[in-house]
Design a protein around this ligand. Structure first.
Ligand SMILES: [Fe+2]
Ligand SMILES: [Fe+2]
Length: 189
């Protein structure tokens, strides 16, 4: 609880950085989904769900850009945090396992985004941002469900064990000390 408080405090003290990283995340979410669309053309279900997801992530991207513009916040290069990479390095390298892993990782990223938006909305001293973060919860939680359902429907085996594995990896990433503050970072070191 104390670690979470520390993280939320750090985020609130660095709102422009969090907004910039959020913009990067929305763009990356669309890009990752677009890669999946090109790679796994055999699945109608994947094509349709991810086409919608990409549309929504790009809308979010556009909205965050608008918020930055209204706040007079210039675009600033910001390296990616360790979070997504930390899960992707465990991705299996053969198909369809690689596809299933990316879908499971996508589900975790979406779920964690929801947790972060909810936490920020609760404490942020900016009604427009708080409202916007609450608005995002709806689509991002659906993205979580869609990714997880796709992972299960496109896997020959039960995915429970793999989900449990990534759950552990993810928990470690968000609870261990992190030297960079990002939208999905761990406990500030
Ligand atoms: Fe999004
Ligand atoms: Fe999303």
């Amino acid at each position: 609880m104390r670690a979470r408080r520390k993280l939320v405090d750090a985020a609130i003290a660095n709102v422009p950085l969090i907004i910039q990283d959020h913009a990067n995340c929305e763009k990356k979410a669309a890009g990752t989904a677009m890669n999946l669309i090109f790679r796994y053309e055999f699945s109608y279900d994947l094509q349709r769900k991810l086409a919608q997801l990409i549309r929504e992530e790009m809308l979010h991207y556009e909205q965050v850009l608008g918020i930055m513009n209204d706040r007079g916040q210039a675009w600033k290069y910001l390296s990616a945090g360790r979070y997504a990479k930390g899960m992707l390095k465990h991705k299996r390298t053969y198909e369809p396992a690689a596809m299933v892993d990316v879908l499971i990782i996508g589900a975790f990223i979406e779920a964690r985004s929801c947790e972060r938006f909810a936490a920020l909305a609760e404490v942020i001293d900016d009604e427009r941002l708080a409202k916007y973060y609450r608005y995002l919860l709806k689509s991002e939680s659906r993205h979580f469900e869609d990714y997880l359902a796709l992972a299960q429907s496109l896997s020959e085996d039960d995915i429970d064990e793999r989900v449990a594995f990534f759950k552990k990896v993810e928990a470690e990433l968000i609870s261990s000390p992190d030297y960079e503050l990002r939208f999905h970072s761990g406990t500030p070191a």
